[in-house]
Design a binder for this molecule. Structure first.
Ligand SMILES: CC(C)(COP(=O)(O)OP(=O)(O)OC[C@H]1O[C@@H](n2cnc3c(N)ncnc32)[C@H](O)[C@@H]1OP(=O)(O)O)[C@@H](O)C(=O)NCCC(=O)NCCS
Length: 166
């Protein structure tokens, strides 16, 4: 599934993006609420393998976010199933230099559209650390609302937001 927006090309995230994604995660501020130091090069490679498996098994997943003009890798965005909770999450990570330009919102809206019109997903979640203010602001702009406090299987306290398709 190759999504596109006005400023982004969004091919499925795959092994060819591992190195660029690891560079994005190497910024401690960017990785702070999404795994921090565990996302070293090896951790990133493991994560990309899991994302590739999600694409194969579910026909949905994470897109690489590429600058439409230059092809530069800017981050990732897309859907991720949480089987423990029987929910599908919309998530987004941008390199620091790409933040504050509305690109995460642009990528997220492309996925929201696909989720409701092509995948029949009427409800999505956003699983966010309570202190992650930029992510909570993005979720609010996208009309997600706090649904519950919860703890992830790896023991992280989170606010699970939810959004119903219009
Ligand atoms: C969460 C994250 C993706 C949000 O990125 P972001 O750049 O703040 O979000 P957007 O791309 O929607 O940009 C919105 C900002 O761009 C500004 N902006 C500039 N041009 C814009 C445009 N054309 N359209 C919309 N917004 C624009 C907005 O005013 C807003 O700025 P503000 O937050 O100062 O009000 C980013 O902070 C991130 O990658 N964090 C680290 C990883 C992470 O924690 N991810 C979330 C996991 S739960």
């Amino acid at each position: 599934m190759h999504l596109e927006t006005g400023r982004l090309l969004m091919p499925p995230l795959s092994g060819q993006h591992t190195e660029a994604l690891a560079e994005v995660y190497a910024d401690p501020e960017t990785a702070r609420y999404i795994g921090g130091p565990s996302l070293h090069a090896e951790g990133t490679a493991d994560q990309v393998v899991r994302f590739e498996a999600v694409w194969r098994e579910h026909g949905l997943g994470q897109s690489a976010l590429l600058d439409r003009g230059t092809g530069a890798f800017l981050g990732r965005a897309g859907l991720h199933p949480w089987p423990e909770w029987d929910e599908v999450e919309l998530g987004c990570v941008l390199a620091r230099h790409a933040q504050g330009r509305g690109l995460a919102g642009e990528a997220a809206r492309a996925w929201l559209d696909v989720a409701s019109t092509q995948l029949g997903l009427d409800r999505l979640t956003a699983v966010i650390h309570p202190d992650n203010a930029p992510s909570r602001a993005l979720a609010t702009r996208l009309r997600f609302r706090v649904h519950r406090e919860d703890v992830t299987p790896s023991g992280v306290r989170v606010l699970v937001h939810e959004r119903f398709a219009p």
